[in-house]
Design a protein around this ligand. Structure first.
Ligand code: HEC
Ligand code: HEC
Ligand code: HEC
Ligand code: HEC
Ligand code: HEC
Ligand code: HEC
Ligand code: HEC
Length: 370
């Protein structure tokens, strides 16, 4: 990694020299030879110069470099015209720019001049500006279709920084122990910790061994090869277009979600309203109260499905550090009861009984048991 500390002029020299012969080293940049998706010289015939244009070796890590090929077809045609990209007939580049322009997105297009080369994430400076550039999530010198996190550095353990192998480790670079996490955003590593009373099974299999509403092929514990007992951030976060590019670039659904999820109180229940949850949890099972005997009452309300409340009022989609069953109350809707209590008591997985201490829509739960 010593090369990274060299002044710019030396890097320019390296780039020129490296076109002539490859140095024996581990890094693609040092070898002067691209690996992975950008390494096919029949498509990327000008190699390094596709991004490091002219003598200006220093690219600033902003998205413009990338969107020339990964943006709209007009931009791409320009790159083909200029000879940086060759259309061999099976070129299949998607429009990441239009994804990033959707209402819920990673702020790649809107934030400028914050990313620093060789920065260390998670951020440890409290007032550092938040950002996410393409190069924070993709190491373009080595990225591969089947190994999309290759070359990216993950969590810091003391002075040691681990390589990223799982998607969630990439996300934790900015959504876990970042000192500059905005107030309304939470530490996802805390929420998904497998020592929590409950969590969606992202880092490991879930705590609850029998989740009755799960739809095939989802299961609580893997027994058969086709069973799926662990899920990823990308099962919930990503493009709203099922045929759109993979990755959490942008979505038309709030929360940058792949499917719709109604989070407000006093709304109608429908397959569409909670489509995200119903992707894996059977709607009929939930609404026929197979687990919580008052699910339907709360979700559909009493006026024929018109004034129900969201799953979000009682459940956290990531995890709960306090209770089983992903219970975490939305305190915009739920408040303390007359005794000042706001809590949930469960009786164990097979019991299907519990008690709530709270006030909701003026209804005292002190406690209400099921
Ligand atoms: C697909 C676009 C792309 C290609 C192709 C590419 N690079 Fe890069 N390179 C970048 C970007 C973007 C950065 C800045 C990364 C950052 O800011 O984190 C960078 C950074 C670097 C750096 C670090 C610069 C510094 O000041 O620390 C070196 C060295 C480098 N590239 C060498 C190469 C070499 C050699 C090649 C050809 C073998 C190459 N790159 C091909 C996009 C590219
Ligand atoms: C000169 C055109 C060009 C430029 C500039 C370019 N790319 Fe690419 N990129 C490609 C091509 C071609 C592929 C291979 C696509 C394929 O195999 O389907 C690719 C593949 C990728 C992939 C892997 C996707 C996959 O599934 O294989 C990622 C991620 C990526 N590019 C990100 C970037 C980023 C980030 C930048 C800017 C730093 C960038 N690219 C700049 C042409 C380009
Ligand atoms: C380089 C930093 C970075 C990385 C890595 C990162 N994010 Fe983000 N993410 C951000 C920033 C910045 C925002 C804007 C809000 C904020 O400051 O937290 C954001 C916002 C979000 C939002 C809310 C979007 C909205 O419109 O409501 C979601 C969801 C999200 N990220 C998911 C992910 C997932 C999933 C991953 C891993 C695949 C990930 N992020 C990786 C920086 C990052
Ligand atoms: C991609 C599939 C998937 C999606 C989408 C999904 N879940 Fe789950 N969910 C699972 C799996 C798998 C488990 C089993 C975890 C376990 O065994 O503890 C589970 C378990 C649960 C549990 C029980 C957890 C426990 O510890 O008892 C609740 C509650 C839950 N999900 C609610 C939701 C809600 C609310 C949504 C929508 C925001 C949702 N799920 C979306 C796959 C999914
Ligand atoms: C089962 C579906 C599901 C999974 C899996 C999931 N999320 Fe979420 N996520 C949601 C929903 C629903 C929301 C919006 C409600 C909320 O804020 O809790 C959300 C909101 C967010 C937000 C914005 C709000 C905040 O608190 O920061 C971020 C960032 C985020 N998720 C990151 C992640 C990361 C990182 C992962 C994987 C480690 C992940 N999510 C896995 C469903 C999911
Ligand atoms: C917050 C992190 C993040 C940011 C910022 C980001 N990406 Fe991605 N991107 C991902 C993830 C995660 C994937 C999915 C990788 C996988 O599972 O194959 C992805 C996938 C892709 C793919 C492959 C799409 C496909 O369908 O195979 C391309 C190309 C790509 N990104 C380019 C870009 C470009 C260009 C930018 C900036 C303009 C960018 N990304 C910004 C996280 C990010
Ligand atoms: C009023 C609070 C409340 C609301 C609203 C709510 N739940 Fe639940 N849910 C619970 C409680 C309490 C349990 C635990 C029941 C038990 O003791 O087994 C539970 C259990 C679950 C379970 C685990 C057992 C099973 O059925 O597989 C899932 C999954 C679940 N809920 C999904 C949802 C979804 C999806 C929604 C929205 C469509 C929703 N819940 C709305 C309170 C609620």
């Amino acid at each position: 990694m010593k090369i990274l500390a060299l002044p710019k002029i030396l890097i320019v020299l390296l780039l020129m020299v490296s076109c002539l012969f490859a140095v024996t080293s581990v890094s693609a940049r040092q070898e002067g030879k691209l690996q992975g998706s950008h390494g096919d010289s029949s498509v990327m015939s000008k190699s390094c110069r596709a991004c490091h244009k002219g003598m200006n070796m220093s690219v600033n890590g902003e998205e413009g470099t990338c969107l020339a090929c990964h943006g709209d077809s007009t931009a791409r045609a320009g790159m083909i015209e200029a000879g940086f990209l060759k259309d061999t007939g099976n070129l299949n580049l998607t429009d990441i720019a239009s994804e990033l322009s959707k209402p819920y997105n990673h702020p790649v297009l809107t934030i400028r001049g914050v990313h620093r080369q060789r920065e260390r994430l998670p951020e440890d400076v409290v007032n550092a500006a938040r950002h996410a550039e393409c190069v924070d999530c993709h190491e373009v010198h080595v990225v591969e279709k089947d190994n999309p996190y290759r070359g990216l550095k993950g969590r810091r353990v003391g002075n040691f920084i681990t390589d990223i192998a799982e998607e969630y480790e990439l996300c934790y670079r900015c959504h876990s122990e970042s000192a500059n996490l905005p107030g309304n955003f939470t530490n996802k590593h805390e929420e998904f910790k497998t020592t929590n009373p409950s969590f969606h099974p992202v880092e490991g299999e879930g705590k609850n061994t029998f989740v009755i509403s799960l739809k095939d092929p989802y299961v609580a514990q893997k027994q058969k090869p086709k069973d799926i007992s662990q899920i990823s951030c990308n099962d919930c976060h990503g493009s709203d277009d099922p045929n759109g590019p993979k990755g959490p670039h942008g979505s038309n659904y709030p929360g940058l979600l792949v499917l719709s999820y109604q989070m407000d109180d006093e709304r109608s229940e429908s397959a569409q309203a909670y489509a995200l949850c119903y992707k894996c949890h059977d709607r009929v099972s939930i609404l026929s109260n197979e687990s919580f005997q008052y699910h339907s009452l709360h979700i559909e309300g009493q006026l024929g499905g018109q004034n129900g409340t969201s799953c979000f009022t009682c459940h956290d989609a990531h995890g709960s550090s306090q209770y089983p069953y992903l219970i975490k109350f939305n305190e915009d809707v739920v408040s303390k009861n007359a005794d000042g209590k706001l809590k949930y008591e469960a009786q164990g997985y097979s019991a299907r009984h519990g008690a709530c201490y709270l006030n909701c829509h003026g209804v005292e739960h002190n406690p209400l048991k099921y």
